[in-house]
Design a protein around this ligand. Structure first.
Ligand code: MEV
Length: 318
């Protein structure tokens, strides 16, 4: 048990970034590497002492905060006073593969550690956040929360539940200017999509293992591209990656149509994150040598498009 009263702060505000997955979604759950990058969209949480019992804004996050607090208590082996006002603010799209849930877990874990223990330790924040991520996703790889914690470009690999390796990538080759096209919020959650792939794997292990292995190869090539160790076509990598994700069945037919249209005008694109099967599939990472063409296509299709900066800082105190 720790003594809350000696360490408690009066108010703490923390923010954490969202992420995109450049390559390796789904295959990362099976031990293949992924490359992720933090983005310039952030979520913040403020924790403040209150005379009343726990209030959370927005209210839909109440259940998550309550469960998150139990996880925190378990991690620090202590009991906390729940008379708190917790307020989230965010400009990360929710449920679209941009790491909104990871940023929620990371910022809550960091804020609780700071508020109750006056501690700021990225390893500890990431480990508590990973436990919170399981509330959202069941069996996450841990890549999303690790990227939101540390920021930057990360090579990440989950060897087992308790053993994950990651390394910041010191980019030698500039990534071309990328855009996100919002295909919309998928009907399926990340948890549903991870379960869907697990089920496919059980039914057809050979076929699925082959796809996952090819996704792993694409990640290796991507790394070589970023480190300028091999001449690889960036648009080609995006296209190949998308092709394998479609083979896996995690891209809906309406999203495939959008991606084909991007390819038809000479661009390339892939989904980022868990995807979606029956409706939309979240954000699409899109590249075109002439962004004006990409923007006007998105406009014609009635889809939101926005630019983004990659590799921004991880969790921080505000
Ligand atoms: C979710 O952003 C990415 C997945 O690979 C799941 C995970 O890594 O936990 C689909």
């Amino acid at each position: 048990m720790f003594e809350v009263s000696k360490k408690i702060m009066s108010v703490v505000k923390v923010s954490a970034p969202g992420k995109i997955i450049l390559t390796g979604e789904h295959s990362v759950v099976y031990g293949y590497p992924a490359i992720l990058a933090s983005v310039d969209k952030r979520l913040s949480v403020q924790i403040q002492k209150s005379t009343k019992s726990l209030t959370v804004a927005p209210a839909f996050a109440h259940g998550f905060v309550k469960k998150g607090m139990r996880i925190f208590e378990k991690a620090v082996d202590g009991k906390i006073n729940r008379n708190l006002r917790v307020k989230f603010e965010s400009n990360i799209l929710i449920g679209r593969g941009m790491g909104s849930s990871a940023a929620t877990s990371v910022s809550l874990a960091a804020a609780l550690l700071k508020y109750f223990r006056n501690e700021w330790n990225l390893k500890e924040i990431n480990s508590v956040a990973y436990e919170m991520e399981k509330l959202h996703h069941g069996n996450p790889s841990g890549g999303d929360n690790t990227t939101s914690t540390y920021g930057g470009f990360l090579w990440f690999r989950k060897e087992s539940e308790k053993f994950k390796i990651f390394s910041e990538i010191n980019i030698k080759k500039k990534i071309p200017r990328l855009f996100l096209v919002d295909s919309g919020k998928p009907k399926e959650t990340t948890k549903d999509m991870v379960f869907f792939v697990k089920d496919l794997y059980k039914k057809n292990p050979k076929k699925i293992e082959k796809i996952l292995c090819e996704l792993g190869d694409i990640t290796n090539l991507f790394l070589k591209y970023l480190l300028k160790e091999e001449r690889v076509s960036f648009p080609g990598l995006l296209r190949e990656n998308e092709h394998m994700l479609e083979k896996l069945g995690v891209v809906s037919s309406s999203t495939k149509k959008v991606i084909r249209k991007i390819e038809d005008i000479g661009g390339s694109a892939k989904i980022s994150g868990a995807g979606g099967k029956t409706g939309a599939s979240g954000v699409i990472i899109a590249y075109h040598s002439n962004p004006v063409r990409l923007k006007s296509l998105a406009k014609n299709l009635g889809l939101n498009i926005f630019g983004l900066k990659l590799g921004k800082g991880g969790v921080k105190l505000e």
